[in-house]
Ligand binder design. Structure first.
Ligand code: SAH
Length: 352
């Protein structure tokens, strides 16, 4: 899809055109990935982080937050719970911390793969090639790393680089070349993000041939440099993208149109801006994945990447029941099996 067309879908205020976008995205979703909604059990393994991302509430700069790192037994217990609920996948997500070193994660992946039938998705930030290779060899199936914004200048401003680290777009290409199912995505409404940037984000989903695409609204966290003084970061008003719920649905819909086979979650950030129907509307406008939270309740509130996160005091059981209910009420069904992206196997075969 060319940039002008994407821009038109993003900015039109013609209700009929917007309805047409929802209709097309939903039709492509149904045709390419069906009515199944895959559930990925999310384990927020640690809120420790050495990085200083200007948007993120668990960045090293926030000295007010109490830090935790789950131990191996707790993580494995969550994985077994995921298998017990019938999920096909667990996602291990965390800040970048030396406590989750290469050997420890390798061991954990091996144990989950040996003890359960689950696909394992890692979302552990920026890692070097040797580490990513070892985790892949240990059996990790997928890697999620949002590129946050495809504008390199904005990215550098909001995401101070670690010495020697490649940029995230290069890292995503590497992750793909290692045979991971590869997930990226962006925040919508980052202070400083322009409409042209957002068009480029959507084109980047296609250019990277992403298997998974996660998007959500940027939500200001007061204990971050960006949340504390948003005006200092904003683009001129006519260029600044708003962190608006309706715009998130448009980006989900366009993600479905540019990557028809991708797995696209209706995210927690969306549920945070619309707890009643955000998840459902995402699923009806292109998404086909939900990520129920399995993190033990005592850690949940501490994984505060943004404030007011949805469903903070729910147990894994409650979250599971709630998600199933939401899926049933919109006449969809809970996915079974691993829920790989349909394009994934053939693309891999074609490239080897
Ligand atoms: N350390 C990992 C996981 C980070 S949390 C990594 O960097 O990849 C996962 C995602 O949460 C991030 O990629 C980002 O897109 C999102 N996120 C972080 N802070 C946010 C905020 N203030 N508002 C909305 N989304 C946020």
């Amino acid at each position: 899809m060319d940039g002008a067309t994407i821009m038109q879908w993003l900015r039109t205020d013609d209700d009929a055109a917007i309805e047409e976008l929802w209709r097309r995205a939903d039709a492509v979703r149904r045709h390419r990935v069906g009515n199944a909604v895959h559930l990925r059990g999310l384990i927020e393994v640690s809120n420790r982080c050495v990085r200083r991302c200007a948007y993120c509430g668990i960045a090293a700069t926030n000295t007010a937050v109490e830090r935790y790192c789950m131990d191996d037994a707790e993580i494995l217990a969550c994985a077994h719970k995921a298998a017990g609920f019938g999920y096909g996948t667990v996602v291990l997500q965390a800040g970048e911390t030396p406590e989750l070193d290469c050997a420890r994660v390798e061991q954990l992946v091996r144990r989950i793969k040996t003890e359960t039938p689950l696909a394992v998705t890692l979302s552990l930030g920026e890692q070097d090639e040797a580490t990513l290779q070892r985790w892949r060899d240990a059996g990790a199936d997928r890697y999620l790393l949002r590129f946050e914004t495809a504008n390199p200048t904005l990215f550098a401003r909001i995401h101070p680089r670690a010495p020697g680290a490649p940029d995230r777009l290069a890292l995503l290409r590497l992750i793909k070349s290692l045979g991971y199912e590869t997930g990226g995505g962006a925040m919508i409404g980052i202070p400083g993000q322009t409409w042209d940037d957002l068009v480029r984000d959507i084109q980047t989903f296609a250019a990277l041939r992403l298997d998974m695409i996660g998007v959500g609204p940027y939500l200001p966290h007061p204990a971050t440099p960006m949340g504390n003084d948003p005006q200092a970061w904003m683009a001129p008003p006519e260029q600044q993208v708003p962190a608006a719920e309706q715009l998130v649905y448009r980006v989900i819909a366009l993600a479905r149109l540019v990557r028809p086979d991708a797995n696209i979650p209706s995210t927690t950030a969306l549920a945070t801006v619309n707890l009643d129907t955000g998840r459902e509307l995402g699923l009806q406008r292109g998404a086909n994945v939900l990520m129920p939270n399995l993190t033990p309740v005592r850690y949940r509130a501490l994984y505060a990447i943004y404030p007011g996160k949805a469903c903070l005091d729910e147990t894994g059981e409650q979250c599971h029941a709630c998600m199933r209910g939401r899926i049933a009420r919109i006449d969809r069904n809970v996915g079974t099996g691993r829920g790989d992206s349909p394009g994934y196997g053939s693309a891999q075969a074609a490239s080897t």
